[in-house]
Design a binder for this molecule. Structure first.
Ligand code: 48H
Length: 259
């Protein structure tokens, strides 16, 4: 006989244990899009304690839908190493344009990251940062449903050595940080510069260039990096997202100094 209360207890006890084990992290990531997931994997592979907090029920961000819901993505040659690392299959379309199935790609990013030890908390939004001595030291989190229902419910906090802003186009975490902490960012203007119109070639280069520690303790990756530094958008080509996540991971691994 299966007992319904044991099913509930199993979920509640193990979830609490999982969340409590992530209250103190090496790296906290806001947003489970391709850039955040790739970053999480490369850091977890080196033994860092990493968790991602994702607003939506389904992690994966904007990759599932390919271009305009035609669920294929394009990746350029310099990012094929990341596809190989995640065992994602692809075909050459023409020189320097490779195509992959977006559902396979995202499924495999998620499978490999989670099986390497990354904890992904879906249905949780990052609503603020913890700032101590002008350094980001973690995230303020709440159930996404609290925000959706506009309930006045106080959040909880996770602390981390480093944090990653990976919320994509809306750049939510950095926007709150800039506003609340009157933070001077490491951009040309010291402020969020905003995303520019489509220019795929420039955008893909900029995404990698703009992957930086934008404020002490806070790295910005993926589409959020271009939104922060005034880079353009690129449409459904994902090499920049993948390489941005990898670059941030390498920068943070160096800082944390763990093998
Ligand atoms: C928790 C949050 C919050 C929050 C948002 O949009 P993403 O896929 O981001 P990237 O940078 O990994 O990839 C960008 C890519 O998908 C894309 O949009 C491209 C290439 N666009 C080109 C173009 O021209 O349009 O993922 C961000 C994730 C999403 O899953 C959000 O739900 C989540 O972050 N998120 N999670 N707390 N406050 N805000």
């Amino acid at each position: 006989m299966l007992d319904e209360t044991i099913i509930s207890k199993a979920i509640l006890e193990t979830y609490n244990k999982k969340l409590i084990s992530c209250l103190s992290l090496d790296v906290a990531i806001a947003g489970a899009g391709p850039a955040g997931i790739v970053a999480s994997y490369y850091m977890a592979r080196k033994g860092l304690h990493v968790a991602i907090f994702e607003r939506k029920l389904s992690p994966g961000g904007g990759m599932w839908g390919g271009g305009m819901m035609f669920n294929q993505i394009v990746v350029q040659a310099n990012a094929l190493g990341v596809l190989d690392e995640f065992d994602i299959s692809y075909k050459e379309y023409q020189k320097n344009y490779y195509v992959a199935d977006s559902v396979e790609a995202m499924s495999k990013l998620l499978a490999k990251a989670t099986s390497t030890g990354v904890k992904i908390f879906n249905c949780i939004s990052v609503e603020d940062t913890v700032v101590i001595n002008n350094t980001v030291k973690g995230f303020v989190i709440n159930w996404s449903s609290v925000g959706i229902a506009n309930l006045h419910v106080d959040p909880l906090t996770v602390k981390s050595k480093y944090a990653i802003e990976a919320t994509g186009h809306p750049l939510e975490v950095l926007t709150v940080l800039e506003k609340k902490a009157c933070a001077k960012l490491k951009t040309k203007t010291g402020k969020i510069m905003g995303e520019m119109p489509m220019n795929a070639d420039k955008a893909e280069k900029d995404t990698i260039k703009n992957t930086k520690e934008i404020y002490p303790g806070l790295f910005v990756v993926g589409m959020a990096a271009n939104a922060a530094f005034g880079g353009p958008r690129m449409g459904p080509i994902f090499g920049g997202m993948l390489l941005s996540g990898k670059k941030a991971a390498e920068m943070i691994i160096k800082k944390v100094g763990k093998k």
